[in-house]
Structure formats: C-alpha cells, structure tokens
Design a protein around this ligand. Structure first.
Ligand code: SAH
Ligand code: ZN
Ligand code: ZN
Ligand code: ZN
Ligand code: ZN
Length: 437
C-alpha cells in the first residue's frame, strides 16, 4: 500500500538532511506493519538511503558511525567560508575569475590546479555573479530535487504583483530566481526598497549570498542547517519593522509530500506570528504557494483559507508543458494564496479577465457556469457542466453510467479504492500519475 507520513517526530534520528520523518505503510486507511524513519528531502533511496525502524535499538557504534557519516556529507566549505571566498573572488581581475562547472564552484587562483581536468568557465562577470541561477546548472534529479526556473515573464509578473500589493519583504522559499531578481534590482535601482531572504536546500547559492540573504534550509522538515543563528536571521527578517510588510513565496518540488511542506509552512507562519504580539491578531502570514492545480484539494485540506488563482506560472525548463490549442504552452502550475482573490490582478494582455460574480481574475477560456455559479475550469480550457455529476468537468470527459461519474472515454470500468497519491484518482500509482509525466 501507499506510504503515509506520520509527521516530524520529536527525537527523530538525523541524516545529512536533518531530522528524518516518520512513515508507515497503510492499506485501506489502516496502518500496516512497523513504523520507520526515512530521509525527509530525498524520495529516492539512491540519494539518501537513511532508514531506521521506529522501535529499533541502535548501538552506540552505529550512532557514532552515523554522526561521522552526517559530518562527512556536509558541504566542503561553510557558508561563512563561502562568503569570504566571494569577497576575494570579486577582487580578482576578470581574467582570473573561473567557475568550475563540474564542482559548481567559484575558484580562487590557488585552487585552479586541483580542477585542471574539469570543465570551467572563464571571465566571470559581475552580471553573472548576480544571476547565479543562470551560472549554476539546474539540478535535474527527478525525484529529489528537480529545479524548474521561472520564465522571466512569470518572475516579473510575481515581483510586480508583490510590489503592487504593498509588500516590501519577500521570504523566498525555494524560489532562487525570484530572490535573484529582487537582489539585482536592489543593486541597480536606488529607489528599489524590496528585500528578500532565500531559504533553499541548494547550498551552491551560499557562494553568492551572505548569511543575511540566504539560509540553507530544508522545507520538508523545517530544518535550518545553520542552526540557531540561521533561525534567528529568518525570525528577524519576518519581524515587520517600519511597517515593511512580509510575504512568503514558495515553489516546492512537485514530487514532495504536501503534508510535510504544509507542516513546515505552518511553522514559518508561526514564526511570523510570534514576531509581533499585537498587530497580527488572527491574521496569517501572507503567502503564495506555487504548485500544480491538481494538488488543489490537498493544499486546501491543510490551508482552508487559501484559494487557487488562474494565473499559469511559466518555466524555462519545465517538462510538464502541454501545447494548448492556441500554440501557447499551457502550464499546470498555479498560485495558491491566502490573500483576497480580487486583489490578485492578472494581466489582461495575456487573456485574463475579471469575473464580477466570482470576484477574481480568471483565464479567458474559463467560462462562468450558471449552474455551479462559479468559473469552474482548472486548466484554462472551457469545461462543461454534467447534470448527473452536478459539476463541471474537463471537455474531454464523458459520463460513464457504469462508474457513475465523468471520466476519460478510454478507461477500464474497475473500481479500486486506493487513489493515486498525487492526483487522488484511482487506477494508477503515484509513479505512473499522468499529471506528472
Ligand atoms: N521556480 C523557482 C524554482 C523552483 S524549483 C525559481 O525559479 O526561483 C524548486 C526549488 O526548491 C529549487 O530551488 C530547489 O533547490 C528547492 N528545494 C528542493 N528541495 C528542497 C528542500 N527539501 N528544502 C528546501 N528547498 C528545496
Ligand atoms: Zn537524507
Ligand atoms: Zn465566475
Ligand atoms: Zn457547472
Ligand atoms: Zn458526469
């Protein structure tokens, strides 16, 4: 059966990615077998094979070996060392600025020798240093850490939206490109007063940002690798001085466990809440959670105050694209937010329009259904209403009297009660989910 996350457990053992998470196999909603700990960040055993039964007795020798293993699997330089290296690097003349593509590392001249048979880039400009997401190659490990970078248009849109909404601080959780866009505008425009703090598990970014700009962070277990000092940096950043309002923007890997993400985001929200005693009352920290539309119900389970916006977030290197009728690529990725939907103004020049009944901007193809009394399309195409299902469904679906619901024309009329972990539908497992391939 599928794995169920029992959550971050107090006293959990640690792997190189911080405290492990507690899981159990379930069948028909019932726990089956022994509970176990596994790595929070890596879905693939090849990337981190940490495993321990919950009730397992671990010997002192094994504990010591594990601690040593965890130490050895930390990055070769500390963040502090990387900051110092950067300071030295920018003092070098262009001709001496090298970046090793194999080690993904800025090189100081004394280190060249060790990297002679590696591929490297020369003449690294200041502009390149200000766009690390272009210099570093996107991590491509499908299960663990696939990095999908925002297309420039989407990133501009997000930033302008935040500014128009009056936010002056952005907690960028797994959004290095948004962070980078903010940082480079800060250095170019005197008037620009937005600040950003990047939280990401990709430690390569510590080569380009100080401890006040980047925290090495695992969003599946809310682990700050930099310990209490990094946690304090984050806390300070969330403290809204001089009325500078904070918003969190996150774009997690889609293969990730929604419940683990939600648990961490709630902790970040709590951190924000604790920074100010009176002001926040019952408010939540404003947040944009960028995720595919087929996760809508999962996200709303954890954050009932959220709603999904129709805006299609575009990426430079995304495998999830389908080509729509118009020839424009259709992205399944949306913005989930706890801000009032009517405040999220979507660009009319890209075809979005305001529905006065729904009080939100919707895709041009998203027709208001009189029966549902809502703009019901999730994927941007025009959906059709099924009177038997009493809801709108995808245009390609038809009502199957056998299954007593709308589904694809081609389907086997078999009932399985185990739904796919990703989309919740029956008939396939998470690994074969059509919405991910
Ligand atoms: N669209 C974003 C990038 C999203 S890709 C942009 O352009 O800025 C997902 C991001 O989450 C990557 O930066 C990746 O390094 C980060 N990430 C993946 N797993 C993570 C984890 N466990 N904790 C924190 N960040 C993680
Ligand atoms: Zn691990
Ligand atoms: Zn409507
Ligand atoms: Zn309808
Ligand atoms: Zn139907």
């Amino acid at each position: 059966g599928p794995l169920t996350l029992l959550g971050p457990a107090p006293g959990a053992p640690s792997c190189p990615h911080g405290p492990a998470l507690l899981f159990v196999k379930t069948s028909q909603g019932k726990e089956e077998g022994r509970r176990f700990y596994a790595c929070s960040a890596c879905r693939d055993r090849k990337d981190c094979n940490f495993f321990q039964w919950e009730d397992e007795k671990v010997s002192e020798t094994r504990l010591a070996a594990r601690e040593e293993y965890n130490r050895n699997h930390q990055p070769p330089f500390t963040h502090r060392q990387n900051v110092d290296r950067y300071k030295n690097f920018i003092l070098l003349p262009l001709s001496k600025r090298r970046f090793c593509q194999e080690c993904q590392q800025l090189l100081l001249p004394a280190e060249w020798e060790k990297h002679l048979d590696h591929q490297f880039l020369c003449d690294i400009t200041t502009a390149q240093l200000k766009s690390p997401s272009q210099l570093l190659y996107p991590l491509e490990n499908k299960k663990t850490n696939a990095q999908y970078l925002f297309a420039d248009r989407s990133c501009q849109f997000l930033l302008n939206l935040l500014i128009d909404l009056g936010f002056r601080r952005v907690l960028s959780v797994g959004t290095p490109r948004l962070h980078e866009m903010i940082q480079s505008r800060v250095s170019q425009e005197e008037e620009f007063s937005v600040r950003s703090l990047l939280l990401d598990i990709d430690f390569r970014y510590s080569q380009f940002y100080t401890e006040d700009e980047f925290c090495h962070y695992n969003m599946f277990n809310h682990h700050f690798f930099g310990g209490e000092a990094a946690r304090e940096t984050c806390r300070k950043f969330l403290y809204e001085e001089n009325g500078e309002r904070v918003i969190m923007v996150t774009d997690p890997p889609f293969g990730g466990l929604v419940e683990a993400l939600a648990s961490s985001f709630k902790k970040l929200m709590a951190m924000w809440k604790e920074t100010e005693k009176e002001g926040h009352d019952n408010k939540e920290m404003p947040m944009f959670w960028i995720f595919p539309y087929f996760f809508e119900s999962r996200i709303l389970d954890f954050f009932p105050s959220f709603s999904m916006m129709d805006y299609q977030v575009d990426y430079d290197n995304h495998a999830l694209y389908k080509h729509g009728k118009t020839g424009r690529r259709q992205s399944p990725v949306r913005i989930f937010t706890n801000l009032t939907p009517s405040m999220i103004v979507l660009p009319e020049e890209e075809g979005y329009r305001f529905c006065t009944v729904c009080q939100r901007y919707v895709s041009s193809g998203n027709q208001h259904c009189e029966i549902c009394n809502s703009c019901t399309s999730k994927d941007g195409r025009r959906w059709k209403h099924c009177v038997l299902c009493k809801k709108c469904v995808k245009p390609s679906w038809f009502h199957c009297n056998n299954c007593n619901c709308c589904t694809l024309q081609k389907h086997s009329c078999e009932k399985t009660d185990i739904g796919c972990f990703v989309c919740g539908k029956a008939g396939h497992k998470r690994s074969a989910c059509p919405s991910l391939s």
